[in-house]
Design a protein around this ligand. Structure first.
Ligand code: ZN
Length: 106
């Protein structure tokens, strides 16, 4: 067993574990509800552990891809610019929050 990643949220940790298992790397997610009995330090962030230490190189590649894809989706969310008033809108918006024009599809 080896800790390979500290996730910033339970959702992120769960996603990464799914990706690792898809890639053939047995992995588990630990968080404060799963470990940390009386007298132990609580785990504040979810931790991703691999079951076989020899999978470390493979899992690092999965993590690298995972971090790339999550930073890409973050920049994409600021991408929508209203054609009418040039205000920026989150990518999930269908109409401009400022002038209510229909936003272009990305
Ligand atoms: Zn607008």
């Amino acid at each position: 067993m080896k800790k390979i990643y500290t996730a910033s949220s339970l959702v992120e940790g769960t996603l990464l574990v799914d990706l690792l298992i898809d890639a053939g790397v047995p992995a588990v997610l630990f968080h404060s509800n799963a470990i940390g009995g009386l007298g132990e330090l609580p785990v504040t962030y979810p931790e991703v552990w691999i079951k076989r230490n020899e999978d470390e190189n493979k899992s690092q590649r999965v993590i690298h891809r995972f971090e790339l894809s999550s930073s890409e989706s973050m920049t994409k969310q600021n991408d929508l610019v209203c054609q009418q008033c040039l205000e920026e809108n989150p990518a999930s918006f269908k109409v401009c929050w400022k002038c209510a024009s229909i936003l272009p599809l990305t």
